[in-house]
Design a protein. Structure first.
Length: 101
């Protein structure tokens, strides 16, 4: 019985944290505009009047794009370091599209 009480308290904390997070999305302006997210969600057949969900998708998309860009940059740096060890500081970092795939 004590386990159920702890489980319910943990669930309450999770629900509270989720509610707080969703409420904070109303005050957040994501990098990806709501209209753009709504357009692509509608194009895929998804309709949702809740702005919080639209912004949640925008935040997830922003995180995904940032991770892909960071991985591409790290790949570019590693490739350039392997090719040219002497002139590292003189070369500009350029990310090509093939680094993303």
């Amino acid at each position: 019985m004590n386990h159920n009480r702890q489980s319910n308290d943990g669930k309450h904390d999770d629900d509270s944290a989720l509610s707080d997070f969703l409420a904070s999305l109303m005050d957040y302006t994501p990098t990806i505009p709501d209209e753009l997210v709504e357009h692509y969600l509608a194009k895929s057949g998804f309709q949702c009047p809740d702005v919080r969900l639209i912004r949640l998708v925008a935040v997830a998309t922003q995180k995904f794009v940032a991770e892909v860009a960071n991985d591409a940059l790290q790949h570019c740096k590693a490739r350039q370091a392997a090719v040219v060890k002497d002139k590292r500081e003189k070369q500009q970092k350029v990310i090509s599209i093939d680094a993303c795939f």
